[in-house]
Each structure stands twice: as structure tokens, then as C-alpha cells.
Design a protein around this ligand. Structure first.
Ligand code: GAR
Length: 198
């Protein structure tokens, strides 16, 4: 069997990236080909390298204000790795529609809210401020619109009166580690049926 090649893009610690790497063994239809970051100091790069996965970084700071130039640089290691699937996993740069269109239908993102609620940042604080009964996370196909695109999976939890932004972030992150690998496995097998957890 020839495996699908998966590139993972991150900006931080990479706990979702690790959950994805750990899942891609045995009869899984995909294998990691690259972990790429916009921050050379991202903890996720060290963790990926420790597991023997190829890593690369394109520092976004020198490109501040010039998104197109940043993306032109980001494309190079991606083209070299030739992924079939790109997973954004805590990648905190907004990508242009032009960049996304190169991998249309091949790029996934995980977002810490029940989309279409709370696109963008501070999702846990917004769910608390909204008095939401349910909160959670979503994996979706990436389109040219931020935190939009067909939903491929959601995990839902019930917000308790004791929850804080910190407790919600921790509870949702735990769900992310369940959800993202399940969606990737299905997606890599050509199945886009949404995964529903919780
Ligand atoms: C995760 O909670 C992910 O959903 C979020 O960043 C965190 C990364 O954690 N992504 C976004 O907010 C994207 N807009 P990780 O580095 O430990 O995987």
C-alpha cells in the first residue's frame, strides 16, 4: 500500500501534531512527511525531530506586512515534501486564498470551538461569555475564508458552572487529541463523513 503523505503546520507546542504522528502507524493510510513551523523556536519542531520526522521552519517575523512573500517562502519546503494532505495544527498565521487554493480539498484545520461559532481567537472566553451550554472543537477543510469550510468532525463537551477559560482550554485540547486523528484517518482513506464525538 502506498501511504498518503501528510505535512503538519504548527506555531507552538504541537500537542495536536504529536497526536497525529502517534496515530500514523500500522494500517493507517497515511504517514508524516514534514512538520513545518512559522516559528523556528516552536516546541513542536523539537518534538517532531525527536520522533525522526523531517522538520523545517520559515520564520514569519522578517516578512511582517508581506504575507505573499512569507507564503512564497513557505511553499518551498512544502513543495519539496510533496504532501497529499496538509494538517494545520495550531498554525497561527492566516493563509491567503491563493495559498489555500494550491491545496484545495487537501488541507485540514483544527479549531477550538464548535464552528460556525467563534471563528478567530479567544474561543473559550467567548463561549463562557456567551453562557454556552456546549463547547468543543472542530476539524474542517480549509478554504479561502478564515475558520470556514466543510466540517469533517466535531467533539462536544458540556460547560460546567466551574469552568474557566483555563479549564475549558484543557478539556477541549484533550478532545482535539481524540478528534483530529480520527478525522485524518477517515480523510486519508477518502471518507469525508463527519466524525462526531461527545
Ligand atoms: C489548539 O487548541 C488548536 O485548536 C488551536 O491552537 C492550539 C494548538 O495547540 N488552534 C487555533 O486556535 C487555530 N485558529 P497545540 O500546539 O498543543 O496542538
Amino acid at each position: 500500500m502506498s501511504h498518503k503523505r501528510v505535512a503538519i503546520l504548527l506555531s507552538g507546542g504541537g500537542s495536536n501534531m504529536l497526536a497525529l504522528l502517534d496515530s500514523m502507524t500500522g494500517d493507517h493510510p497515511a504517514r508524516p512527511c514534514l512538520v513545518l513551523s512559522n516559528d523556528p523556536a516552536a516546541g513542536g519542531l523539537t518534538r517532531a525531530a525527536a520522533r525522526g520526522v523531517a522538520t523545517a521552519a520559515v520564520d514569519s517575523r522578517p516578512f511582517r506586512g508581506d504575507r505573499l512573500a512569507f507564503e512564497a517562502a513557505l511553499i518551498k519546503p512544502l513543495q519539496q515534501a510533496a504532501p497529499d494532505i496538509i494538517c494545520l495544527a495550531g498554525f497561527m498565521r492566516v493563509l491567503t486564498a491563493d495559498f489555500v487554493s494550491r491545496w484545495q480539498g487537501q488541507m485540514l484545520n483544527i479549531h477550538p470551538s464548535l464552528l460556525p461559532k467563534y471563528r478567530g481567537l479567544h474561543t473559550h472566553a467567548r463561549a463562557l461569555a456567551g453562557g454556552d451550554v456546549f463547547h468543543g472543537c472542530t476539524v474542517h477543510e480549509v478554504t479561502g475564508v478564515l475558520d470556514d469550510g466543510p466540517i469533517l468532525g466535531q467533539a462536544r463537551l458540556t460547560v460546567t458552572p466551574d469552568d474557566t477559560t483555563k479549564s475549558l482550554a484543557a478539556r477541549v485540547l484533550k478532545q482535539e487529541h481524540q478528534l483530529y486523528p480520527q478525522v485524518l484517518r477517515r480523510f486519508a482513506a477518502g471518507d469525508r463523513t463527519p466524525v462526531c464525538l461527545g
